[in-house]
Write a protein that binds this ligand. Structure first.
Ligand SMILES: Cc1ncc(COP(=O)(O)O)c(C=O)c1O
Length: 394
């Protein structure tokens, strides 16, 4: 009998959709340099512009004019922060950066670089659900604020931030507003026009497209500086020969993600509830991390006090269940998740947390398999644990 595999790590990355794969196989023949003026070059360029328009539609942009292709979310976020670095160096009177304590490491580390360079950087605290503390934001916003950067949805706990209100507040002091929407795009409806953002980051491999391709939306008129200098591609914002294959795949993935959005939300909300309720009915003392309502439909983060996260992950892996402790980017580090710590969880609970992230291929059978396999694992790990805070309670 073949081994059962249940993939529940869609926030780390998603499999390529078959329609995207088919489109990319065709695109393998689109070899011309899209900057070339001959017919093949012009044809490649037309396909790239079609993809750009499709990605623009997914994020509710008026057209593709503000959309720049990059290698992914990390590059898009760094491009925004390094633009702020250039602006702040020229005008020290406006160089305060406000971000949050729960951003992805590519924002955290870009902000830390600016702090090292002498920029004032504020990491906004969040409440126990992971929502930004608006009072602190209000207090911190001042005429010297250059950028406010708040993620649209958190990769570890799925909490959705109130970006529209935060943008409105940032605009009162004429700060630029950026949102890392890498985890939100394709999972919840979202529009740069409605939100009023200056910058939005997205990444293709989170929406069932290829890896190594992403985009940065820049509101026409908002400043942007290249991170990679070279040729004139992307209006000089991002040099390098066009990644025809990745961009065309991105366009297809974006088109499908937009069409599927309503069904995705309905299906994933139901699967997530089934998983949450099933596990909580069978395992005592489970804590749900993240907001009860403002949460991505596919993300469920649970703490299992008395059981260690990595041990749970490895035991589930032996059963063919693939999940994550915190984020995939933080795995390999023994530090507890900075996101969970920011929500007020102690290090023991933060260490005992598992992120289930479901996706469009997830099924009720997958969920039921996890509900069957997980309780004995937690029971065994809790029994073995010398630091089990529940000893004597069960
Ligand atoms: C919230 C968030 N931002 C940024 C990234 C980085 O995106 P990429 O892998 O495309 O560089 C990720 C990927 O895990 C993410 O979850």
């Amino acid at each position: 009998m073949s081994k059962t595999f249940v993939y529940m790590d869609y926030n780390a990355t998603t499999p390529l959709r078959s329609e995207v794969k088919d489109r990319m196989v065709e695109a393998l023949d689109v070899y011309a340099n899209a900057s070339s003026m001959h017919e093949s070059g012009r044809r490649a360029r037309a396909e790239i512009e079609e993809a750009r328009a499709s990605v623009a539609r997914l994020i509710g942009a008026k057209d593709g004019s503000g959309l720049f292709f990059t290698s992914g979310g990390s590059e898009s976020n760094n491009t925004v922060f390094m633009t702020m670095y250039q602006l702040g160096r020229k005008n020290p009177a406006r160089r305060k950066i406000i971000t949050t304590a729960i951003e992805h490491p590519c924002v955290m580390n870009a902000a830390a670089y600016l702090a090292e360079e002498g920029f004032p950087v504020v990491y906004l605290p969040v409440d126990s659900y992971g929502r930004v503390d608006m009072d602190t934001l209000e207090k911190e916003l001042s005429p010297d604020t250059l950028l406010v950067s708040v993620m649209a949805a958190n990769n570890e706990i799925g909490t959705i931030e109130d970006i529209k209100t935060i943008t409105r507040m940032a605009k009162k002091v004429k700060a630029f507003m950026h949102s890392d929407a890498t985890q939100a795009v394709g999972k919840i409806p979202l529009s740069v026009e409605d939100l009023g953002l200056d910058y939005l980051t997205l990444s293709c491999h989170k929406i069932y497209g290829p890896k190594g391709i992403g985009a940065l939306y820049v509101r026409p008129g908002s400043p942007i500086q290249p991170l990679i200098r070279g040729g004139h591609q992307e209006n000089g914002v991002r040099a390098g020969t066009y990644n025809n294959l990745g961009i065309i795949g991105f366009g297809k993935a974006a088109e499908l993600a937009l069409a599927d959005l309503p069904d995705f939300g309905k299906k994933l909300t139901s699967l997530r509830s089934r998983l949450k309720e099933g596990l909580m009915a069978k395992i005592p003392h489970v804590r749900v991390n993240g907001h009860p309502e403002a949460v991505l439909p596919n993300t469920l983060n649970l703490s299992f006090p008395g059981a260690e996260g990595e041990a749970i992950l490895l035991s589930l892996d032996l059963e063919g269940i693939q999940v994550s402790t915190g984020s995939a980017c933080a795995s390999g580090s023994l530090e507890p998740s900075h996101v969970l710590l920011a929500t007020g969880l102690g290090p023991e609970l933060a260490h005992g947390s598992i992120r289930f992230s479901l996706g469009r291929n997830s099924t009720e059978a997958d969920v039921d398999y996890v509900i069957e396999k997980m309780p004995p694992i937690i029971q065994r790990l809790r029994r073995m644990s010398t630091v089990n805070p529940l000893l004597g309670q069960e």
